[in-house]
Write a protein that binds this ligand. Structure first.
Ligand code: FES
Length: 142
């Protein structure tokens, strides 16, 4: 399934660059119009915890971490998107440190299993689909 963890890409200046190809990428919305904006009544995004757990679990070379701006479905703040092994897994209302830890636990379980798994009970109510090409998961509420 995976053609290799690295690939050579030739830059516009002609220099070939050996580029890492991680298995996934975790996007955490923290600087958009809604997610994390406590002054506007939204829950804080524990960005330090995201980074600390990413380092502690040694995910740096496996799942890239991007903490940044708006991912689109702002009304569902706080939003994260996990791209992993060709799947796009969206989660909303990730408002507590316990949910961040559950998200990382789930990520590690899928890495171990070499493929996507159903979300565990702690996370399943927060998963949704936000792309037209995705089948929506069964509707549930936290
Ligand atoms: S501000 Fe977080 S998804 Fe738009």
């Amino acid at each position: 399934m995976h053609a290799g963890r690295r690939t050579i890409v030739v830059r516009s200046d002609g220099r070939p660059v050996n580029v890492a190809r991680p298995r996934g990428q975790l996007f955490v919305c923290a600087t958009g119009c809604c997610c994390g904006r406590t002054a506007d009544g939204f829950a804080a995004v524990p960005t330090e915890l995201y980074h600390h757990e990413w380092e502690r679990r040694r995910l740096r070379d496996v799942v890239h971490l991007t903490i940044g701006g708006c991912l689109g479905p702002c009304a569902l703040a706080n939003v994260v998107l996990l791209l992993l092994d060709g799947q796009a897994l969206w989660f909303h209302s990730i408002d507590s440190e316990a949910l961040v830890l559950a998200l990382y636990d789930h990520t590690e379980a899928m890495l171990e299993a070499s493929g996507c798994l159903p979300a565990p009970p702690a996370l399943a109510p927060y998963q949704f689909s936000a792309f037209a090409w995705q089948a929506p998961p069964a509707v549930s509420a936290p």
